[in-house]
Design a protein around this ligand. Sequence first.
Ligand code: SAH
Ligand code: ZN
Ligand code: ZN
Ligand code: ZN
Ligand code: ZN
Length: 455
Amino acid sequence: EGGGAMAAAGPERPGPGSLALLGPAPGAPSCPHGPALLFVKTSQGKEEGRRFYACSACRDRKDCNFFQWEDEKVSETRRATREEYNRNHQPPFTHRQNVDRYKSFVLLPLSKRRFCQECQQLLLPAEWEKHSNHQFLCDITTAQLKSPSQLLYPLENKKTNAQYLFADRSCQFLLNLLIDLGFRRVLSVGTPRLHEMIQSKASQEEEFSVRSLLLDIDFRYSQFYAEDEFCHYNMFNHHFFGGEAAHETCRKFLYEENGERVIMVTDPPFGGLVEALASSFKKLMAMWKETEKKGRDNKEMPVFWIFPYFFESRILDFFPSFSMMDYQVDYDNHALYKHGKTGRRQSPVRIFTNLTPSMIVLPEEEGYRFCTVCERYVSSGNQHCEICNSCTSKDGRRWKHCALCKKCVKPSWFHCNTCNCCTLQKHSCEKTDIGCFVCGKAGHKRSACPSLSRT
Ligand code: SAH
Ligand code: ZN
Ligand code: ZN
Ligand code: ZN
Ligand code: ZN
């Protein structure tokens, strides 16, 4: 496991072990990804050793090696060098420049529209020369410009970007669902494909009145969207790279004019720290709340947080008003996360929401049914347990009730009398490490958590 928001291992850095996030700290130093986060090494839940700052966004030290002890004295020279480094590590063009470039690009005849695959950049004819050794695509159509998520290669770098695009079926389902729920504005946080579907429908269908604002750390998208459609944003530290102007764009978007209701939809990288995400989402929710001086009462901005089911308890720790829906979200670029019906493994990814569960109607043609006791839609395999008085399956398979554990457990588990709980048949008894940070199970560290592996 690398550095950044996960674990900063290496010489003179805290060795591997559990790291606790102390959160965004006032006056924190910045790396190219905005203010760093404050961490401390813990052992057995107790804080230990020096606190340090590390990059909020990058889990791999190869992507950003920012590191600083909290109590470290930073000289004026080092501070200046760092500032220059941060400036040099910003994208080559500003968002404004990219918007102007786009305007020139669409005026070009098809034969002059090139996209450099190496630089992931739309090229203007004057720039061809500089990219002559690079692979490029020609004849970029308007349709291609409207589907940048197809044109750009997904940043699959597991540790940093982890860009996993929704399968069309899931994206369409999400969009229809939020339209049926009456939402007209979508704050798309790390959901470029949903944003793109909304934008392209809005430009094609007269009566389609949904709008979307994309917040994402992937700056390549600034080539395709104007400043009121995309903000370069880091969801681990709530940093708007475009400064106050971008902040204001977001604030304006959240202001519900003419009764146009807003929902935030987010699909963060699964390796990210839940507490860092929760802290940023609370800030976005507060921004929404502040758009209305009175009349919000105790209302929360409606949210869909798309994340694997094994993070349920972590998410509910931060958002007690949320509940997990059974809908299995599918992706294009994960072979393993395709829908169960196609004969592949079922997706572990779910929707967490603060909306009333009974309002989230799941497609019956995909086997979901309404449980009248639980008052929510559940997977076909999710049986209502009379003892728990709830539909208890988390993964879509039928779970079984264990009388000794007094709860339902996975079908593959059995009750071990030595461990005094249900677990896998194959396990070594009483190997009681501190539980894994991700799934809570003993015997492995977060970095080796089987729940997180995608291949
Ligand atoms: N399923 C979504 C994509 C989710 S992948 C869709 O199809 O629309 C995760 C997304 O989060 C990617 O777009 C990635 O660029 C973005 N992301 C990763 N780290 C981020 C960060 N620190 N801040 C903001 N966005 C980030
Ligand atoms: Zn190039
Ligand atoms: Zn039920
Ligand atoms: Zn039960
Ligand atoms: Zn048991």
